[in-house]
Write a protein that binds this ligand. Sequence first.
Ligand code: SF4
Ligand code: SF4
Length: 184
Amino acid sequence: MHQRRNWLQISGRAVAGLTDAFAIVFRHLFRRPVTEEYPEFKRVLPARTRARIILTRDPDGEERCVSCYLCAAACPVSCISMAGEERADGRRWASWFRINFARCIYCGLCEEACPTLAIQLTPNFEFCERDLLTMVAEKQDLLVDHGGKNNDYNFYRRAGVDMVGGKGTHIGEAKTLNIKSNLP
Ligand code: SF4
Ligand code: SF4
C-alpha cells in the first residue's frame, strides 16, 4: 500500500512537470522572438570594441607611427613587425609595418603602449578568411586617412620633431662626458 502511494506521488510530480514545460513552450510559440539574425541585423558595437587594427594619421595628415617598436614589444603573441626610418627633419616613420591578424588575440595592449595613438583597434570584426596567409596585413592595408578615436592628437606638436642644439648645450643640462677619457 505504502509503495503504491509513493508511485502515485512520483507520477503526479512527473505529470505536473511535463505540463509546466509544455505550457512554457506553447506560450513562447506565439511570442515575437527577441533574437536578431546576423548578418541581416547588425548590432552597433561600442567604439572601444577590440577588433581589426588600423594605423591612423595626425591632424596634418602625416602618419602618426614613429616606429618606436613599443607595440611590438607589448604584443604578447609577437604578431607585429616593422622597420623604422628617419626623415631629414628627424621625424621617424615605419618603412613597412605588418600585423598577422591570424595570430592576433585582439587584447589591445599595442594600443595601450602606443605613445602617438597611431595604432588603434576598431569594432570591425568582419574580416575573417579561410586562407590564414591572407590575414597578414601590410602597412597599406592598415593605414587610414583619419585620426581614429582621437582626431586632434598630434604627438609631434607636444614632443617636437628633433632636438634643437647639441647634447649638453641647453639650460640646466649637464655637459656630456667623454667616457673614453676615463679609460686608464
Ligand atoms: S591586439 Fe594584442 S595580440 Fe593583437 S597586435 Fe595588439 S598587442 Fe598584439
Ligand atoms: S604604432 Fe605606436 S607603438 Fe607601434 S611603433 Fe608606431 S608609434 Fe610605436
